[in-house]
Design a protein around this ligand. Structure first.
Ligand SMILES: Cc1ncc(COP(=O)(O)O)c(C=O)c1O
Ligand SMILES: [Zn+2]
Length: 364
C-alpha cells in the first residue's frame, strides 16, 4: 500500500516513518475499497472491524489490538434528533475508531515507540491502544487539559507532557520532537490510517438505520470525524448506496472558527486568527492542518458551518443531562450548534448528532 503526497503527488510506501512528505504536504492513502455493500459486512465481528473489507488494513494486527470499539447505538432524543452514542467507547470518545486502526498500522510496520499531541481524547485513545499493542507512547497535551484525561493517559503507562500555552503551540512542540528525534508521529491529523477508522461512523449509521439521516451534525477542530465521514460519503456515492448526500452541519465555536470564516469567504485554506479560550477544548484548533481538504469537501457537498455559541454550551449540556445523556463540553457544543442552526434555518428534522465524548472526562 502507498501514500500519495497531497501537495506534490509523490508516492511513498506506507511503511515509511516520515510523518509527511519532504515538500511539507500531508499524506493521503492510495486505497480504493470495493463497492460498499451490507452483504460484505462481517456480522460475526462485534466491533467496527466488521467493516474491514472496506478498510485499509495491512494485516491482522487489529485482532490483537481491538478493544471492542464501534457498534455504538443510535438513540432517539426527541422528535427531530437522533443521538449516536459514540462515547460508549473503550476510552469514552470517538477517537478510538481512528486510534484502533492507526495503532494497528504501527504494529503492522513494526513501530515500537510513538509521540502524539492532543487535547486529551486522542491522546487517551493512542495511549490505550498503544498499551494493548505494546507500543511506548509519549503524549503532549496543552495546559488546562482536563485532569481526568491526563490521569487516564498515565494510567495506560504513557508519558504525558503538559505544555504551557495553546493547543496549537502544544502541537508545534510535539512536531519539533518528531523532527529532531525521529520518533514516529502517531497523530490523528497527519496519519491517514486514522480516517480509515473514523469513516466507520457513517458505515455504522447506515447499517443501523438502513439509510442515512437527512441532516448530520459534526464537530470540526482538525476534522478527523468530518473527513472520515466525507470519505465514507464519497464511497457511498460511488457505490450507488445513496443518491444524494445528507446536509452536513459542521460546527465550530465563536472563539475558534478558522474554517467557518474561510467557508464564509469562499477561501481554500483556514483563516489565521487569535484563538481565545473555549470550554469546548476538543475543537480549539486554530490551525487545522488539513484545512484545504476539509474546505474542498465543504464546497463539494454543500456543507454548512454553524457556531456553537460559548454561552449556550453549558445549557445544552444540562438539557442533555436532564434526559440522561452526560456528555463532555465539546460534545454538548454539537447540540448547542444544532439549536443555533434551527434558529437560523428553521426546524431541522431527521438530524443525527454525535455524542462523541463522555461527561465524566471534562468534569473540572
Ligand atoms: C469530544 C471531542 N469532540 C470533537 C473533537 C474534534 O475532533 P477533530 O479535532 O478531529 O475535528 C474532539 C477532538 O479532540 C473531541 O475530543
Ligand atoms: Zn510532496
Amino acid at each position: 500500500m502507498e501514500y500519495i503526497c497531497s501537495k506534490c503527488g509523490k508516492r511513498e510506501s506506507v511503511t515509511t516513518r516520515a510523518a509527511k512528505c519532504e515538500c511539507g504536504g500531508l499524506w493521503k492513502l492510495d486505497f480504493k475499497p470495493p463497492k460498499f455493500s451490507l452483504e460484505d459486512v462481517d456480522k460475526s465481528e462485534w466491533s467496527m472491524f466488521r467493516y474491514r473489507k472496506f478498510m485499509a488494513l495491512e494485516d491482522e494486527s487489529w485482532k490483537d489490538i481491538t478493544l471492542g470499539e464501534g457498534m455504538t447505538p443510535i438513540v432517539r432524543f426527541d422528535e427531530n434528533v437522533l443521538l449516536k452514542m459514540d462515547y460508549f467507547m473503550p476510552t469514552l470518545s470517538f477517537k478510538d475508531r481512528g486510534a484502533a486502526v492507526l495503532m494497528s498500522h504501527c504494529k503492522a510496520i513494526g513501530v515500537d515507540s510513538v509521540v502524539q499531541d492532543s487535547s486529551g481524547n486522542a491522546g487517551n485513545s493512542v495511549a490505550a491502544y498503544g498499551a494493548k499493542a505494546g507500543i511506548k507512547c509519549e503524549i503532549f497535551v496543552p495546559e488546562g487539559t482536563s485532569p481526568k484525561k491526563i490521569n487516564m493517559i498515565r494510567a495506560h503507562g504513557a508519558e504525558c507532557t503538559v505544555v504551557p500555552g495553546s493547543r496549537d503551540h502544544c502541537a508545534d512542540v510535539c512536531r519539533s520532537k518528531v523532527e529532531n528525534d525521529g520518533i514516529f508521529y502517531a497523530n490523528h491529523v497527519y496519519n491517514p490510517f486514522f480516517y480509515e477508522g473514523t469513516k466507520t461512523y457513517l458505515y455504522e449509521v447506515y447499517e443501523q438505520l438502513g439509510r442515512l439521516p437527512e441532516n448530520i451534525v459534526i464537530p470540526v477542530g482538525n476534522g478527523t470525524l468530518f473527513l472520515g465521514v466525507m470519505h465514507a460519503l464519497d464511497e457511498f456515492m460511488e457505490s450507488g448506496v445513496i443518491d444524494h448526500v445528507p446536509q452536513i452541519i459542521a460546527l465550530q465555536t465563536e472563539t475558534c472558527d478558522p474554517l467557518l470564516r474561510a467557508a464564509e469567504q469562499g477561501l481554500d485554506r483556514y483563516v489565521e486568527m487569535n484563538v481565545t479560550p473555549t470550554i469546548a477544548e476538543g475543537i480549539a484548533i486554530g490551525k487545522p492542518m488539513r484545512s484545504e481538504e476539509i474546505l474542498e469537501y465543504v464546497y463539494k457537498y454543500g456543507v454548512r458551518f454553524i457556531h456553537a455559541r460559548e454561552d449556550e454550551i453549558l445549557d445544552a449540556r444540562a438539557a442533555l443531562a436532564e434526559k440522561g445523556v452526560y456528555c463532555e463540553h465539546t460534545t454538548a457544543a454539537n447540540y448547542a450548534a444544532y439549536l443555533n442552526y434551527c434558529r437560523k434555518y428553521g426546524e431541522t428534522p431527521d438530524c443525527l448528532i454525535t455524542m462523541c465524548g463522555a461527561g465524566l472526562k471534562s468534569d473540572h
